[in-house]
Design a protein around this ligand. Structure first.
Ligand code: HGY
Ligand code: MN
Ligand code: MN
Ligand code: MN
Length: 421
């Protein structure tokens, strides 16, 4: 076993900036739509292609890559005799996007993790940890209603996942998962037990305005918001828009409108939780001269405090009961995900801050209002997260962007942090 190099005594090792930026551009072509956004929802054809491309890139870089039963891509440095006993430092993020999303959310962190492994291998240094890069499957839950699918499987939260996960349109996960090389009946094999991961690091674009405004290049994440996503189905009676008298209607769409505004009010006026969003509305049959039969909508609740999050969920459930009674609608609610808030580990926070300082990058501490696989990984390992500025503070839109120099700085901080642990 080569003695772990105290790389910090040496001039700082840097990522290959051109290679990283080139990969970011190439992955942005996978699933790009006419509007310039990325349609790479988890387990779509584009997502499957991106995962296969990551495997090819890793192998071409002399690394090993495999796809686990959940569809996560796991990249390692090739085994060397005597080096297998080191604790694992996992570094990752996700490759899937929201509908019409940006090219950096998730993908940047995955490609930076790959870059860290490749840089370390090429430099011939032996970090104290075994570095493992991971691209989690279906973090966003854009098409299949299980956000954090890959990380939840990896940490063993199988009991809360449905036996036969379905997309919003009812199509089963089983088939695209198998096409990717996963196996719905073998999810157990993808679980990493408690204690098997010494630490988890994730690099991500901030997706908000804080760093851009302060002029800091690096964000050291203190904690990640909790999140509950509900899928609500409102059923009424379809009918002719011209002949059904108003007093005889049982319209699920107007019921849904009432729900939408009340959900906004839970956060905006009542301040029961930090933010509350209805982001998806599915109207059936969605025809201008037919009263709707059924409306499905999602409710995304977020707060850093799990108690407040629980109270907000209860308030939504009470609201649904009230609307159902008042309007004679049948309302069903299912939990798509409950993801607890998580705190970043003190040691990892300090390591990120020190690495930023040593590289001359101004940094600040900040919480994450977006969800990340890191908060699921917090169930089995200490976590640390690094943010870089988002231009205009926007994300989940095609305009999402970050200055190239910031992308490179973030990857260098990730590399340096991985080497100092
Ligand atoms: O929605 C989120 O916060 C994350 O980007 N999945
Ligand atoms: Mn996202
Ligand atoms: Mn993300
Ligand atoms: Mn007609």
């Amino acid at each position: 076993l080569v003695a772990p190099a105290s790389t910090l005594d040496q001039p700082a090792l840097s990522v290959d900036a051109a290679r990283l930026l080139d990969r970011v551009e190439r992955f942005a072509e996978i699933g790009r739509n006419d509007a310039g956004g990325i349609d790479r929802e988890g387990f779509s054809d584009a997502d499957i292609e991106a995962r296969a491309e990551l495997v090819r890139e890793a192998e071409a870089a002399g690394l090993t890559a495999r796809i686990d039963a959940a569809g996560n891509v796991i990249v390692r440095r090739p085994e060397r005799a005597g080096c297998t006993e080191r604790p694992t430092l996992m570094i990752g993020s996700h490759l899937d996007t929201v509908v019409n999303g940006g090219r950096l959310d998730g993908t940047y962190g995955v490609l930076a993790a790959l870059e860290v492994l490749q840089t370390v291998s090429e430099a011939g240094v032996e970090p104290a940890h075994e570095l493992v890069a991971v691209a989690f499957a279906n973090e966003e839950g854009a098409r299949f209603a299980q956000p954090f699918w890959g990380s939840k499987v990896l940490v063993g939260r199988l009991a809360e996942l449905p036996d036969e996960p379905l997309a919003h349109d009812g199509s089963p996960l089983r088939e695209p998962l198998a096409r990717l090389g996963g196996d719905l009946d073998a999810l157990d094999s993808a679980v990493w037990p408690q204690g098997s991961v010494a630490a988890y690091l994730e690099l991500h674009v901030e997706q908000g305005p804080v760093l851009e405004r302060s002029g800091d290049r690096i964000g050291v994440v203190t904690g990640i918001t909790g999140r509950t996503v509900l899928t609500v189905t409102v059923r009424g009676e379809a009918g002719h828009a011209g002949t059904t008298p108003m007093e005889l209607r049982c319209d699920p769409l107007t019921g849904a409108a009432r729900i939408l505004l009340a959900v906004e009010g839970l956060a905006k006026e009542q301040q029961l939780c930090r933010v509350a969003t209805v982001g998806r509305l599915d109207i059936r049959p969605n025809s201008p001269n037919t009263i709707a039969q059924e409306v499905q909508l999602t409710v995304d609740l977020r707060d850093g405090n799990p108690v407040r999050l629980g109270l907000a969920e209860q308030a939504v459930r009470n609201l649904l009961d009230t609307v159902a009674q008042e309007r004679g609608l049948e309302i069903e609610v299912a939990v798509s995900t409950r993801t607890e808030p998580a705190q970043a580990d003190r040691v990892l926070r300090d390591a990120i801050a020190d690495s930023s300082a040593e590289l001359g990058h101004p940094y600040q501490l900040l919480p994450s209002g977006a969800g990340h696989d890191a908060q699921v990984m917090a169930g089995i390992a200490p976590i640390g997260m690094i943010f870089v500025p988002s231009i205009g503070g926007v994300s989940h839109v095609p305009e999402e962007d970050t200055a190239q120099s910031d992308l490179v700085a973030g990857a260098d901080v990730l590399l340096r942090t991985a080497l100092r642990l």
